[in-house]
Design a protein around this ligand. Structure first.
Ligand code: NAD
Length: 250
């Protein structure tokens, strides 16, 4: 299983305080990586899991929607082990209001964190990876990188953008030893989807449409993240991997 071994690697995971980011960070640590967990809220429970897996980790608190802070966040991340081999752009928000009433503030907040921050962190990590001639970038996309969704026009635009950006960076950097790919999760049980989960009828109709017959959990992203972070995916570039219990196949 050496193909999937991440020993000696350091991963920066954004939005790692809970939800999918926590599952991804834990999966990468279990495969051998040390973790820089960045989030607006405390990453302490994530760091506990990383230590239990026998790896090292640090947390960095930052509002990643503030573009001016990102260079400093990346510098702090580099100070941990002197390297970032894997970047996971996972932090993201959603704002739900009908398209006709969707405010410009909601639109901008979502685009800032979900798309502009992804672009800027890819650039910061990418420059470092280009200098090393190796690196793995995993952006977290969505089913709404392919579909329109309901009441979430800003989110849908941002996630279509993440898919495009993944391909744009992948094209330029594939020849430099850097693989840029994305994971598009289906419906997963996290804070992001808790408003939907409170609506029993909608939850049931979504579940019925998922061929696997259940919603995903943060643990379901461990394997796909390890694959895209490891040398098992060295010839995979610009791919958006649906981890959705079959939603897109239906
Ligand atoms: P979540 O709300 O549970 O976690 C979001 C994480 O991002 C948290 O760690 C939070 O602290 C962090 N965060 C939010 N705003 C931030 C900011 N300004 N600065 C720094 N950190 C910030 O949500 P989740 O479901 O785990 O979402 C993770 C990613 O997965 C997002 O990009 C989301 O769009 C995507 N996604 C989720 C689902 C789903 O069904 N849950 C489906 C598809 C895609």
């Amino acid at each position: 299983m050496n193909l999937f071994d991440l020993s000696g690697k350091t991963a920066l995971v954004t939005g790692a305080s809970g939800g999918l980011g926590q599952g991804i960070a834990q999966g990468l640590a279990e495969a051998g990586a040390d973790i820089v967990a960045v989030s607006q809220s405390s990453c302490e429970t994530t760091l506990e899991g990383i230590r239990k897996a026998g790896r090292q980790g640090i947390g960095i608190s930052a509002d990643l929607s503030q573009a001016d802070l990102l260079e400093n966040v990346f510098t702090q991340a580099m100070e941990f082990n002197g390297r970032i081999d894997i970047l996971v752009n996972n932090a993201g928000i959603i704002r739900r209001t009908p398209a006709a009433e969707h405010s410009r503030e909601d639109w901008q907040e979502v685009l800032d964190l979900n798309l502009t921050t992804v672009f800027l962190l890819c650039q910061l990590a990418g420059k470092h990876m280009i200098a090393k001639g190796a690196g793995k970038i995993i952006n977290i996309a969505s089913m709404l990188s392919f579909q329109g969704g309901i009441n979430v026009p800003g989110y849908t635009a941002s996630k279509h953008g993440v898919a495009g950006l993944t391909k744009a960076f992948a094209n330029e950097w594939a020849g430099k030893g850097i693989q840029v790919n994305a994971i598009a999760p289906g419906y997963m049980v996290t804070n992001n989807t808790s408003p939907i989960l409170q609506d029993e009828a909608r939850t049931r109709s979504i579940t019925e449409r998922i061929p696997a017959g259940r919603w995903g959990t943060p643990n379901d992203l461990k394997g796909p993240a390890v694959f895209l972070a490891s040398s098992a995916s060295d010839y995979l570039n610009g791919h958006v991997l649906c981890v959705d219990g079959g939603w897109m196949a239906r």
